[in-house]
Write a protein that binds this ligand. Structure first.
Ligand code: HEC
Length: 508
């Protein structure tokens, strides 16, 4: 018996009709997104179920998404919130034809190195690209004067950090809904875009500037694109030795090895794809969809080479030479894998949930260290990269997400953004003593996170990750605020020089 004040849940078939009538025009008949974002469990994972419900009820201010309170009944709103977080009855796909049809080239740039920036700038390598998640925009900032150069609309929910060509001219963005875009920082024009999937993790750009690799969770594959204009070149279904599909966790460029490295979410394997045309052939050892046969030599160029792992490792960090990869598992175990011998070389005695993806390396006292935050313990773990032992656990006021430094500063800056009470505190660690020497609360009560340095390491740019938010520029020696720029939830900022030179103080 249903109680009077608790009406029966609305059946899925009714909700599907309601969706078609009310939501499909903007979110797509298959929920793949249209003018609004895709509404599938993978895509909604980023926000909390309570937020899904709230958005449907109240809408999002200053966007096309209006609230449905009053228009739909409360049980209908709750039903739809639940329904969009369920997988669709008919599994969705993204075919090669759909991908090709989404491809657009807006301009054909002159790729010669005679092209110079079309605006006044002292050092085009000291530009910052700022991703503003609040209203899905990107700002380009001059890192010498801290003045904005341009601001443009991006696809919905960019993530994974933009990636640059080695000359620093082109930048590539990936959106959660699978859009990859190429943007020219010299002409300030969008060059091309393509939708490579329905749910994408990130992209990597090859160190020769020729290729872009995108890693997807929906469909479970990798898509290789021509870096000049984003034409699709090849799609790799991601299947493990047993033929079971896996989501991609992240793709990386291992520049000194002329190869991409792929972290998988569901398979105990590490993939690498060489983009060196002279790469040695190899014996795959595994049977894969794309016609690798056991014991049959496979061409080294652009073919995935599989390294079996003892466990799923889906968050990677590399040593500066890309000889080793440190990988963490979901349950907080971590190992060091050699990319040369393709085997495990050490266990890493880490606690909690290490966030290797935003780690840094630094030399201090004659040793090479790697440091990373921990998503559920209020510490920064420092690892000695010669012994692979923990050198120090540095306490900070709450779990942190991003750790950043620069070759030309003795300090590393870390947030505590995973803590509701300490999210406004940036802790500054002296790399020589491994002690916190200072704490900054630039905007008390607000999320202060994600630091990136200028090319010369003199200034640190800190995000006030709110909407409205700010980009606060701080003198990295005196810790004094120099300037603040208004921004709409600036989730990340990326200095061209530090990225293309692979500064040891930032992620890649
Ligand atoms: C007029 C177009 C439009 C209609 C109709 C519409 N939406 Fe939206 N919706 C949007 C846009 C645009 C956004 C993104 C807003 C933003 O920038 O955050 C959005 C965002 C959302 C989000 C948040 C997604 C995320 O990942 O942050 C949910 C959930 C959602 N809509 C559900 C619905 C449901 C359910 C319906 C039907 C009852 C509906 N929408 C109808 C345009 C629309």
């Amino acid at each position: 018996m249903q109680r009077a004040h608790q009406p029966a849940a609305i059946p899925d078939i009714r909700l599907a009709t309601l969706y078609r009538q009310q939501c499909a025009t903007c979110h797509g008949s298959e929920r793949l997104g249209a003018m609004g974002p895709a509404l599938l469990p993978e895509n909604l994972e980023r926000i909390k179920p309570a937020e899904v419900l709230r958005v449907i009820r109240e809408g999002r201010p200053a966007t096309q998404m209006a609230g449905y309170a009053g228009k739909l009944s409360e049980p209908e709103i709750q039903g739809l919130a639940r329904w969009v977080q369920q997988p669709p009855a008919k599994p969705v796909g993204w075919t090669a034809a759909e991908m090709r049809a989404s491809h657009r080239e807006f301009v054909k740039p002159d790729y010669s190195d005679k092209v110079k920036p079309a605006f006044k700038v002292n050092d085009p390598h000291n530009l910052f690209v700022v991703v503003e998640a609040g209203d899905h925009h990107v700002s380009v900032i001059d890192g010498d004067t801290f003045t904005p150069i341009t601001r443009f609309q991006s696809h919905f929910a960019l993530h994974g950090g933009p990636k640059f060509t080695p000359d620093g001219r082109f930048v590539y963005f990936a959106s959660r809904d699978g859009w990859v875009s190429q943007y020219d920082l010299y002409t300030l024009k969008k060059v091309a875009e393509i939708r490579v999937g329905i749910n994408t993790r990130n992209v990597a750009v090859s160190s020769d500037g020729k290729w872009v690799l995108a890693g997807n969770t929906l469909p479970q594959n990798l898509v290789l694109l021509d870096a000049r204009g984003l034409k699709p070149v090849r799609t790799y279904p991601v299947k493990d030795r047993e033929g079971k599909s896996s989501r991609v966790s992240a793709v990386y460029d291992a520049a000194p090895r002329n190869s991409f490295v792929v972290a998988l979410k569901d398979a105990p394997e590490l993939w690498s794809i060489s983009y060196d045309p002279k790469a040695e052939p190899f014996y795959s050892g595994f049977v894969h969809d794309y016609k690798m046969k056991e014991g049959i030599p496979t061409k080294g160029f652009l073919n995935p080479r599989v390294t079996p792992l003892q466990m799923v490792l889906d968050d990677f960090y590399f040593d500066p030479d890309y000889k080793y990869v440190m990988g963490a598992s979901r349950d907080g175990k971590a190992q060091v894998i050699s990319l040369v011998s393709r085997g495990k070389v050490a266990e890493l005695p880490l606690r909690g949930m290490p966030h290797l993806g935003s780690g840094i390396t630094f030399k201090a006292n004659g040793r090479l260290y790697m440091a990373s935050t921990n998503l559920n313990t209020p510490t920064v773990t420092v690892i000695d990269m010669q012994s692979w032992k923990v050198a120090k656990e540095i306490p900070i006021p709450g779990p942190g997400f991003f750790l950043r430094s620069h070759e030309d500063t003795p300090y590393a800056w870390v947030d505590s953004m995973m803590s509701p009470t300490a999210k406004d505190t940036i802790s500054i660690i002296d790399k020589r003593t491994l002690e916190v020497v200072r704490q900054l609360r630039l905007r008390p009560g607000k999320t202060n996170a994600h630091v990136e340095f200028t090319r010369d390491g003199r200034y640190a740019l800190v995000s006030i990750m709110e909407n409205p938010g700010e980009l606060v520029i701080v003198d990295a020696k005196t810790f004094r605020e120099v300037k603040a720029l208004p921004m709409s939830k600036p989730i990340g900022k990326y200095n061209v020089y530090n990225k293309v030179t692979r500064s040891e103080g930032t992620s890649h």
